[in-house]
Write a protein that binds this ligand. Structure first.
Ligand code: CTP
Length: 399
């Protein structure tokens, strides 16, 4: 998987920098092309000469390098790479990445890079556990960067704890898996529904729910990054993912979402319905604002079409259809019922009883249930990581 891949390694000032020549050797041996951009303080831990010798490329440190007399463009480096791996990542550069401070070539390259960015922090245990460092790491993950968590063990300071950079052979495995995953949805047509629907009562009021669309957005983005052609049908939310592989269709009501789904579903290889579709809608929305003349107002609601159930009836062999179940009671039992009645390949269960799961949060905690009665329980994770788990599960089914 690494053969022919272009990997840019960003090295910052941490003692773990001495491991990077070994990492480069492993990557080159696996067929990858490797270039290095490093900070000035990284040069105190490993020499540019060593890195140039193992990578077979001149090392970039400053935009203009006296040694080779060439202009080293941050744009050029970022657009050359299939992956930008920043390892080891010091607390200082981590903080710059979280805030966008661009005072060196490595930082300019990071901000300009369009490829996936992996980062492997390495620092002393107390620096690593400091709330600032932890908040900065979370910030980078929320930007879509991928964390290679440090290990627990002996540190250069003589202390022991979390902060040791992951070992080079494990980093190579992680990058390998990334490229395998990247291919897993290549050319597949993926349909994602997301966000809430809004059902009008009159021109001013409506019925809706708390869905922020974060889970659906994360699914669409992750599928797009893995090479799928994604159609995202979304109810009104504040933010939409931006990726050349994503076609966005904006809808407002459950009826509009149904129309768009019926038209897109026949061409989809993989469909995942994460939208929180209103189950009931006002039967006759008023065309003018309802005045508060009466003491009571009775709204007559009618059931909307269960879109997922309709798609389940239309499903053809080879199509994968997945739903969500948001439950508060008898979670497993209710999710299993939905899995069967809606003719799904698997269902993703969120329980509102789990802390960190559900609407408007950056995290989620899911279980995946399938027809064979298997239940896979996942830890609480960021919605980006949850999206990745769901797509990994789907990829194992057929693709
Ligand atoms: N769903 C749908 N159309 C609806 C309602 C729900 O497509 N009108 C889909 C959701 O996108 C989700 C799944 O059905 O993937 C389950 O939604 P959920 O709200 O958990 O359950 P409901 O089927 O609506 O049942 P209930 O509200 O009674 O739990």
């Amino acid at each position: 998987m690494l053969s022919g891949k272009k990997i840019l390694i960003g090295i910052t000032g941490s003692i773990a920098a001495y491991k990077i020549p070994f990492l480069i050797r492993l990557l080159v041996r696996a067929g990858a092309e490797v270039k290095v951009v490093m900070t000035k303080s990284a040069c105190d831990f490993v020499t540019p000469l060593t890195l140039a010798a193992v990578s077979q490329y001149a090392v970039s440190i400053k935009p203009f390098n006296e040694s080779d007399g060439k202009w080293h463009s941050h744009i050029e480096l970022g657009s050359w790479a299939d992956i930008f791996l920043i390892a080891p990542l010091s607390a200082n550069t981590l903080a710059k990445m979280a805030t966008g401070i661009t005072d060196n070539l490595l930082m300019a390259t990071y901000l300009a890079a369009r490829c996936p960015v992996f980062f492997a922090p390495a620092m002393d245990v107390d620096m690593y556990s400091h709330p600032t460092t932890q908040a900065n790491i979370q910030k980078l993950v929320s930007f879509g960067n991928r964390l290679i968590s440090p290990r627990e063990g002996e540190l250069a300071s003589g202390l022991s704890g979390y902060g040791r950079m992951e070992e080079p052979d494990v980093i190579v495995d992680i990058l390998n898996t990334h490229f395998e995953k990247e291919l897993s949805f290549k050319g597949k047509k993926v349909l994602v529904t997301s966000g809430p629907t809004i059902e009008p009562i009159d021109p001013v009021r409506f019925i809706s729910n708390h869905s922020s669309g974060q889970m659906g957005n994360a699914l669409a983005l992750e599928a797009a990054k893995r090479g799928a052609n994604v159609t995202l049908i979304s109810g009104p939310v504040y933010e939409f993912p931006i990726h050349p592989n994503i076609t966005l269709i904006k809808v407002t009501t459950a009826a509009e979402m149904l129309t768009e789904c019926l038209s897109c579903f026949p061409g989809a290889d993989f469909t995942i319905m994460s939208a929180a579709v209103a189950d009931y809608s006002p039967e006759k929305p008023s065309s003018s604002k309802i005045k508060k003349d009466e003491n009571e107002l009775l709204l007559h609601l009618v059931k909307t079409t269960d879109i997922l159930k309709e798609l389940g009836k239309m499903k053809k062999p080879g199509q994968i259809l997945v739903g969500f179940a948001l439950e508060t009671d008898h979670e497993i039992e209710n999710a299993q019922k939905k899995l069967h009645t809606k003719n799904l390949d698997f269902i993703v269960l969120n329980s509102l009883n789990d802390k960190g799961a559900g609407f408007s949060l950056p995290t989620n905690k899911i279980s995946i249930l399938n027809h064979k009665g298997s239940i896979t329980v996942y830890d609480k994770k960021s919605k980006t990581e949850v999206a990745s788990d769901i797509l990994d599960y789907a990829a194992k089914l057929t693709f």
